[in-house]
Ligand binder design. Sequence first.
Ligand code: HEC
Length: 135
Amino acid sequence: MSELVDFMFDNRKLRLALAIACLAIGAANAHAGDVSKGEKVFKKCMACHTVADKANKVGPYLTGLVNRPVASAEGYAYSDAMKEFASQQPAWDEAVLDKYLENPKAMVPKTKMAFAGLKKADERADLIAFLLTKQ
Ligand code: HEC
């Protein structure tokens, strides 16, 4: 009987240790992108963009942006630079979006998007995770 108790006790300790290890690994990998942090980052875009509907503001609506063809928001008057970029880059996949958001003018030099960029990789990953919830 006491052997059985020992075994159960050890087993619980083992499970506890495993749970702690999993939490630690989870925390280390957390940078796949955090949706709620991304929602806060999106505040920097809201002066010019919406993800709530298909309304164009200063910039085109970003609803359904991830994997959307470049320069394809209905009714939006894109710059020639963005239309030209669309002929080289078919769609806003996650990798292209990440690079564009780091420094928009490095990717599309004459874009009329007046935004310096998001220098922190974490912020861009969070933002993209948020945008993926607005497809
Ligand atoms: C000051 C206004 C402004 C801010 C702030 C801004 N943008 Fe823009 N954005 C624009 C304009 C204007 C365009 C159209 C660019 C063109 O036609 O050259 C644009 C275009 C884009 C495009 C291309 C969309 C398409 O349909 O091809 C993406 C992607 C984008 N913005 C993402 C963002 C994100 C994400 C943020 C916040 C981190 C942001 N923008 C902040 C004004 C802004």
